[in-house]
Write a protein that binds this ligand. Structure first.
Ligand code: BG6
Length: 465
């Protein structure tokens, strides 16, 4: 059955950072493509006038991607602002009035998770939740228990296929391509297992710090901010079994299965770090032990991945900004070219940002009499940036009711189960100097597996966002 298109967008937390940096530019892009033929209602506690709201949107666009006057005109004609307290029934009554004839509003909750229940309940009681969809931002809860309780709460008011748990990494073209590349190429599957793969590592490096989001970051740290969600999703796409069908749930079922096979993390296989200067950031406690860096080793207890180590490293104030996956293959069993010392490592390299790249590491012989070669890369794909921003893509999908690129409730819980044992102060937060690759101990974790992949990206000091 064709799913109805959303006919209004309601954005809770519209005065916040996410709206300013990501959502307004995405809305302008949707308006440009003619995909925003609906009212856009911003809700927040602040008492803004409609002009102030429009000014804020224009200002956001000027700083993030530029104003397209024609699209901006279309967008501003749709904007409305509702000032209200989330605990007050009257806020939802006025929202229902503003929604007018809308039958399928899309409610976007970019607000603290502690207020989700209040808002979901307010929407349901006032009728604003009828026929509606709801988007909730990450992190979804703060640990397994709170994620379970959040799922229970949301399910009281919304069916699973009306809940869109946002993880913007899933809206990245390069992340979708991991799935495509694996299952669209005959040559990949035969080697994609412990017979041929020696190790897999994912690095998400950011050259910038917490950028004024100190208070938010104090509540999360690197594990909750990017590992539990973005990076475990990437790992699931790299390691799951082929989906049985092409429908949304076949894929989500396989993701769930592989996440369930991942062993919960152990403090002995985790290095936490904190960049020097973090404690001086606004909103950060002077004695904070929150991690701005994490490096960890994971294991997947199933037939395909028995004995293969998986590594994840993520941090702020590192030497470059970029995210890359490196899949190292084992050496040939019989060393034919024993004189060629560095022979014969092959790999797959997937760069997810800032540019997009898929490359296969191979060796070729150097001209000359001896059988000595050099490492080379066959580049399968390379482009400078994504066509659409993840938020543009995912907002459009949610409006169509397409849940494929959103995380299902059970999958989010499975991911929390993996990180749960190492949340909090499970390992000391070791200091590291800005512009380095984190605490020295991070190298020990991967020492036997060829070391970390040092991303060769020309770093820019500015946050790309
Ligand atoms: C967000 C995190 O989810 O992802 C940020 O909260 C992080 O801390 C950001 O910087 C990275 O996303 P991207 O798409 O800019 O690499």
């Amino acid at each position: 059955m064709e799913k109805p298109h959303s006919d209004a967008l309601v954005f809770f937390g519209v005065t916040g950072d996410l709206a300013y940096k990501q959502i307004f530019p995405a809305l302008q892009a949707l308006a440009r493509r003619g995909e925003l033929e609906m009212p856009v209602i911003g809700v927040a506690r602040s008492d803004w006038s409609p002009e102030q709201f429009r000014e804020r949107v224009r200002d956001s666009l000027e700083k993030h991607g530029g104003v397209d006057e024609e699209a901006f005109k279309k967008l501003s004609a749709r904007l409305q602002f509702l000032s209200g307290n989330y605990a007050d029934d009257d806020t939802y009554r006025r929202l229902r009035e503003l929604l007018g004839a809308s039958k399928h509003p899309l409610h976007y909750l970019a607000i603290p998770p502690s207020t989700f229940e209040l808002v979901a309940q307010g929407l349901a009681k006032s009728g604003c939740g009828d026929g509606a969809r709801i988007i909730v931002e990450k992190p979804f809860g703060r640990d397994l228990e709170s994620a379970q309780s959040l799922n229970l709460t949301l399910h009281k008011f919304f069916a699973e296929d009306a809940i869109f748990r946002m993880d913007h990494y899933l809206g990245k073209e390069a992340v979708e391509n991991l799935h495509y590349f694996r299952f669209a190429n005959t040559f990949v599957e035969p080697v994609w297992n412990s017979n041929y793969i020696a190790s897999v590592q994912i690095t998400m490096a950011e050259q910038f710090g917490v950028q004024g989001r100190g208070a938010f970051y104090e509540e999360v740290g690197a594990l909750r901010d990017v590992v539990q969600n973005h990076l475990l999703q990437v790992l699931a796409l790299l390691t799951m079994e082929p989906p049985q069908g092409s429908d949304v749930d076949s894929m989500r079922d396989e993701k769930l299965r592989v996440l369930e096979a991942m062993r919960p993390l152990s403090p002995a296989e985790l290095v936490r770090g904190q960049f020097e200067g973090y404690r001086d950031e606004e909103g950060v406690a002077p004695g904070s032990v929150v991690e701005t860096f994490a490096a960890l080793r994971l294991h997947i207890d199933n037939e395909r991945w028995k004995g293969v180590p998986f590594y994840i490293r993520a941090g702020k104030q590192l030497p470059v900004t970029g995210t890359e996956v490196l899949v190292r293959l084992k050496q040939p069993a019989h060393p034919v070219f024993s004189a060629d010392r560095s022979c014969c490592e092959n790999h797959f390299r997937f760069r997810l940002s800032p540019d997009v790249m898929i490359a296969i590491g191979a060796r070729t012989k150097l001209p000359g009499q001896s059988m000595v070669g050099e490492a080379t890369e066959l580049v399968a794909q390379r482009h400078a940036h994504e066509e659409m921003t993840p938020y543009e893509r995912l907002l459009g999908d949610a409006m169509h009711g397409d849940t494929a690129l959103f995380t299902r409730g059970d999958t989010v819980e499975a991911a929390w189960r993996i990180v749960d044992p190492v949340l909090g102060n499970a390992a000391p937060a070791l200091p590291y100097a800005p512009n380095t690759w984190g605490p020295a101990a991070a190298s020990d974790i991967i020492a036997g597996d060829g070391g970390w992949n040092e991303l060769s990206i020309e770093g820019k000091k500015d946050d790309p966002k």
